[in-house]
Design a protein around this ligand. Structure first.
Ligand SMILES: [Zn+2]
Length: 278
């Protein structure tokens, strides 16, 4: 499942390809699951609009739109509607030549003024398409890459849950998934089962730096594969993070050679070094 760095990478790739282009029309498939807004609402919001930009909000891809006519008249940056895509487990947004073969499990095709098409393909149909009026789309939680230290520390005050569970709680932080939580805790020397409330301000400040570091590194690594990911060939292109603990149960710690342990916390695998993390 794509996590924050993957979605960021995909959103940047889409922004580079389709910003400034105009959506002339949209075709939506008959499967009901991908449509969180109705087909009529989606068509009304996105047809004849210019794509101002594409960005990530939490784990959503957001297309900021304005009427194509308005954009032609003046260099306005006013967003009048938003097209929101959640990739779910297997969703992909492809930028294709209109003549390229339509893949099975294509649920939406937006025809662009440039002659290309934006296609949403999702075999398992956990992905969601929706629209919102200007700037109305909001997601819960704090954006980890933009979080300030005091705000971050306040999220965990008095929380008796393990820090690992708190990091995965999307109402607190947006988009931090299992891999990035484990890797950040390792870099900070905190055990995943530690109660959030028992962690000092200094350690939490360090944890925030680790989270930002891990996410940024992953985004940089993802950059190399994004062109494949959103390319016409539809090839998968998730980056491979240099994991230090995640998925390394029984292997030796890269710092102290102690075997990495795996425990299950709130139903999710957690990996840590029993010597480096306290
Ligand atoms: Zn270690």
């Amino acid at each position: 499942m794509p996590e924050l760095p993957e979605v960021e990478t995909i959103a940047r790739g889409l922004a580079a390809r389709v910003s400034g282009d105009v959506i002339e029309s949209i075709w939506l498939g008959e499967k009901p699951e991908p449509l969180k807004s109705s087909a009529q609402e989606i068509a009304a919001a996105v047809e004849h609009t210019r794509i101002l930009t594409v960005r990530r909000m939490g784990k959503h891809i957001v297309f900021d739109l304005q009427p194509a006519k308005l954009a032609r008249k003046a260099a306005s940056t006013q967003v009048t509607a938003q097209w929101i895509v959640h990739l779910g487990m297997t969703g992909r947004m492809l930028v294709c030549d209109a003549r390229s073969e339509i893949l099975k499990h294509t649920h939406a095709i937006a025809k662009l003024d440039s002659g290309r098409e934006l296609r949403f393909v999702d075999p398992r149909r956990f992905g969601r398409l929706s629209v919102a009026a200007a700037g109305n789309f909001e997601t819960a939680g704090t954006e980890p890459l933009e979080a300030e230290v005091d705000r971050f520390i306040a999220l965990f005050r008095g929380r008796k849950t393990p820090i690992k569970s708190a990091l995965l709680n999307q109402k607190l932080l947006r988009g931090v998934g299992n891999i990035y939580a484990d890797e950040s805790l390792f870099r900070t020397g905190i055990r995943p089962r530690r109660r959030a409330a028992s962690i000092t301000r200094e350690q939490l400040a360090k944890l925030l730096l680790s989270i930002k570091e891990v996410l940024r590194e992953a985004i940089v690594l993802g950059g190399s594969s994004v062109s494949d990911y959103v390319g016409a060939d539809g090839q998968e292109g998730f980056f491979q993070l240099q994991h230090r603990v995640y998925g390394r149960e029984g292997e030796s710690c890269l710092v102290c050679k102690t075997p990495i342990k795996r425990v299950v916390i709130a139903g999710r695998s957690s990996h840590y070094c029993p010597k480096c993390q306290r």
